[in-house]
Design a protein around this ligand. Structure first.
Ligand code: UT7
Length: 335
């Protein structure tokens, strides 16, 4: 079995910035409520004619460039998203085609905001066994396209973006040290986009009832998130034989600053080791963690050998975490 690490990262967010104040014009909310209750100040919104595949393509391209990997050398493309271009075909196939990754298998993976963690956990199994040498994992969302813009309890929370990582074998002792994944479908209805699938196919009624938009029991999801984030972070560190004292950087899913604060407190790590991007991007679902990872690396916040914990939760309900010992150089293996 090979050790598997992240040897390149990339991200892309749309240019258009939407501030909290912009919401004051069309829903009963205000900047003070949004920033004090969530920590969000602004988010990016994709143009109407920009599908998620475009964001994923841009992030993927940057990650391949960063890793110095040619598209035809990619063996696997996974796109984690809950806002695919289509119900089918998979967005990953469209992205692989645009990238020129013509030798790659490609599929989408749906685990909501935990999608990137599920994605790297899945891809790393293929690389660890030697079945594939290079995998591209992208977390991308256009949440703006599935929001009810009249529902102040959800529309203010989300943003659009994509982040990507290239996985390859790395020197032993580096790369992913442990994963922890979980799911509890009994909470599936707490956060969902009910219509458009086989249970509630699109109809005039589903449109009138706004069932193609995000529905969320915010308080319930909040309670679940506060409990699970700390719990799963502690578990994944234990699995790696580490404690909170070994952590150099924590990248939590970015849904609400109060959820992050609770997890950080539970874990007992210093807040200055925690990466925050929800103030400028809101909750980008599967894209939040990989965008934060890419920006942290590009800003010089990650050094060789650093121990990074990434932890998320999301619709499903799902949760997941991984411990990554940073090593950006891929191992030379015989093809
Ligand atoms: O990635 C996973 C996705 N989702 C999450 O992680 C969300 C988790 N949940 C949360 O982050 C929080 O529950 C929210 C931010 C969604 C809501 O915050 P809260 O502190 O739980 O507020 P609340 O739902 O208890 O609402 C308090 C009040 C209510 O008014 P009343 O009933 O007390 O009069 C809401 O109607 O705040 C009201 N409210 C708002 N007021 C102004 C709800 N949304 C807004 C708003 N602006 N945007």
């Amino acid at each position: 079995m090979f050790s598997v690490g992240i040897v390149g990262t990339g991200s892309y967010v749309p240019e258009n910035v939407m501030t909290n104040r912009d919401f004051e014009k069309f829903v009963d909310t205000n900047d003070e409520w949004i920033s004090s209750r969530t920590g969000i100040r602004e988010r990016r919104i994709a143009p109407k004619d920009m599908p998620v595949s475009e964001l994923c393509y841009q992030a993927g391209l940057r990650a391949l460039e960063d890793a110095k990997v040619a598209p035809e050398d990619v063996d696997l493309v996974i796109v984690a998203t809950i806002t695919p271009d289509y119900v089918f075909p998979a967005t990953a196939c469209l992205v692989a085609d645009r990238l020129g990754a013509k030798n790659a298998a490609a599929f989408d993976l749906e685990a909501g905001c935990t999608g990137f963690i599920y994605g790297v956990a899945t891809a790393s199994q293929f690389v660890a066994t030697g079945m594939y040498k290079t995998a591209l994992v992208i977390g991308g969302e256009t949440m703006s396209k599935i929001l009810n813009w009249e529902d102040r309890s959800t529309c203010i929370l989300f943003g659009d973006g994509a982040g990507a990582a290239v996985l390859q074998p790395v020197e032993e002792g580096f790369g992913f040290l442990s994963f922890e994944l979980g799911a509890d479908g009994s909470g599936g209805e707490l956060l969902s986009q009910p219509a458009g699938g086989s249970k509630y196919p699109a109809s005039l009624e589903t449109i009138e009832k706004n069932l193609h938009a995000v529905q969320m029991a915010g308080k319930e999801v909040y309670k679940f998130a506060v409990r699970i984030m700390g719990e799963v972070a502690i578990k994944v560190l234990e699995k790696a034989g580490l404690t909170h004292e070994d952590v150099d950087l924590m990248i939590p899913h970015q849904a609400n600053m109060r959820i992050v604060d609770a997890a950080v407190k539970r874990l007992g790590i210093s807040p200055d080791k925690v990466i925050i991007n929800l103030d400028k991007y809101g909750n980008m679902s599967a894209a939040s963690i990989p965008v934060a990872l890419d920006e942290s690396f590009k800003e010089g916040r990650i050094a060789e050998g650093d121990t990074i914990v990434m932890v998320g939760f999301g619709t499903g309900l799902t949760w997941g975490a991984c411990v990554l010992r940073w090593r950006k150089a891929g191992l030379k293996t015989n093809d």
